[in-house]
Design a protein around this ligand. Structure first.
Ligand code: AMX
Length: 451
């Protein structure tokens, strides 16, 4: 067994191949399986054209361009997120720890995995004091997403991958060190996220983690909310399951992968992915959704009618704003993750006014968006963010700015899994070609001459 020194929960320098050995071996098996698949694909036609690119796509955020492979999850426009052979409906009762295993291996773990993972997280937990010092020194109005991104970045010099890369390790082993970094980061996330909440919105005192609790349960408990209990822990589990991954082309996952493809450590890659998630068209939409619901409530009262909601939606659109929580770049149906949140809401929060407004919005918004801008909105349906804020609010999490942090904590599971697999498959640095307007115009001219 290799030497393993524990410092602030970090294992310095070396891999301990006995830790999480089942998950590690299953990742190895998955990589072997995926490598064989790729070999077959290449034999079948390495030069086969998968996707053509139009001028509109080049100028349109590459929408619909098939140019990436991501083996952790897949988003079907009509059935939503698939992780391995499972849909959102199959997974909504699981623990986020199990989903991490699934993202990395394509399989759900055996029943004893949760206990093994809990012990591993306990050993690796412990956010360094220097991270708290940096976060506490920030201006009071710093956004919690900046704090999360920065908090991860402060720990970058602890990267086991980076230290060993500098010493020299074979490319085939890169993924093992990245996996080590992933476990170290994931173990610290509940404390880091809850600590950010307490520094930014509480009195700054940090609540100790409970070694007997699961990953999401610990996060819920360490927030220190007066209403926190089993229901908040259950909601947190669902929340952290539903946001974990959404294939490879979304802003945050793609950013994280691009950064890691340069062999920047997972810490850099996670921080970069979070910076993309912090945008209002991506992860920040969930805080805007609850703000939107509260604005409606403030203007029309608790018993707001569907007609009043329709009026508010039209006013919002007329002022040039988007309706938060509606629309999607890939999905063309109601997001199954929204459906899962609604199911939770109906079971536990049906009397809650904010949840009721979210329900009314669902009845009203799609019909309006269908005809808005001459039918230009590709998906008038709700996405994952449309209802989650209303549920968090019910349990006393009334600081909207914090919602995207919870999204980020969950999405880091996906960043980690995507980067571990990509490294295990030896994927090269990502470097698509860009061109200038002049180049495109010349190309159009050449096409005209040739026709
Ligand atoms: N309200 C008003 N207009 C909308 C809209 C909405 N909810 N969704 C799309 N549109 C508009 C777009 O702004 C665009 O108008 P433009 O061409 O005049 O700029 C037009 O419809 C076509 O856009 P699209 O092809 O349907 O969507 P897209 O792929 O460009 O963008 C998304 C997708 C999610 C950014 C967009 O639907 C949106 O802004 N939604 C509201 C914000 C939101 O909920 N984001 C969260 C997404 C999920 C997540 O990452 N958490």
């Amino acid at each position: 067994m290799q030497q393993c020194i524990l410092l602030f929960g970090f294992r310095c320098f070396d891999l301990n191949l006995l830790d999480m050995s089942i998950l590690r071996n299953e990742i190895k098996n998955n990589l072997t399986y995926l490598k064989n698949e790729i070999e077959h694909i290449f034999e079948g036609g390495r030069d086969t054209v998968l996707s053509e690119v139009t001028v509109g796509q080049v100028y349109g955020g590459m929408r619909g361009l098939t140019a990436l492979v991501c083996n952790t999850s897949y988003v079907d426009p009509y059935s939503g997120l698939h992780i391995g052979d499972f849909t959102v409906e199959d997974l909504s009762e699981k623990y986020p720890e199990e989903i991490f295993y699934l993202l990395c291996t394509g399989k759900l773990p055996e029943s004893d995995f949760l206990e093994e993972f809990r012990k591993e997280m306990n050993e690796r937990s412990g956010v360094p004091q220097y991270t708290w010092d940096v976060l506490k020194a920030l201006p009071e109005d710093t956004h919690p997403m900046s704090m999360l991104s920065l908090g991860i970045l402060t720990m970058e010099q602890e990267s086991v991958f980076k230290r060993n890369y500098l010493k020299g390790i074979p490319k085939s082993d890169f993924w093992k060190y990245t996996f080590e970094d992933a476990l170290n980061v994931i173990a610290k996330l509940p404390e880091l996220a809850a600590g950010i909440y307490r520094i930014r919105f509480g009195d700054g005192t940090l609540i100790k983690r409970d070694p007997d609790l699961d990953w999401a349960g610990n996060l819920a408990m360490m927030l220190g909310l007066p209403n926190s209990g089993k229901e908040l822990a259950r909601l947190m589990r669902l929340y952290l399951v539903l946001h974990c991954d959404h294939e490879g082309g979304n802003v945050s996952a793609f950013t994280s992968r691009v950064v890691n493809s340069a062999l920047s450590s997972l810490y850099y890659a996670i921080s970069a992915g979070l910076n993309g998630l912090a945008g209002p068209l991506h992860g920040l939409a969930n805080q805007n959704c609850l703000k939107f619901i509260l604005e409606i409530r403030h203007r029309f009262g608790d018993l707001v009618s569907e007609e009043e909601i329709a009026l508010y939606i039209k006013e919002t659109l007329d002022s040039g704003k988007v309706i938060p929580g509606y629309g999607h770049a890939v999905l063309r149906v109601t997001d199954p993750r929204f459906t899962a949140f609604m199911k939770f809401g109906k079971a536990y929060c049906s009397e809650n006014v904010c949840f009721q407004i979210a329900e009314k919005l669902f009845k009203v918004v799609p019909d309006i968006l269908k005809t808005y801008k001459g039918g230009k909105v590709a998906s008038p349906w709700p996405n994952v963010d449309a209802a989650s804020g209303a549920l968090l609010f019910k349990y006393g999490l009334n600081q909207f700015d914090f919602y995207t942090v919870l999204f980020g904590v969950s999405r880091i599971l996906g960043f980690c899994a995507q980067n571990i697999l990509a490294q295990g498959l030896g994927q090269p640095i990502i470097r698509p070609k860009s061109v200038t307007n002049k180049w495109v115009a010349d190309q159009l001219m050449k096409n005209k001459v040739n026709h």
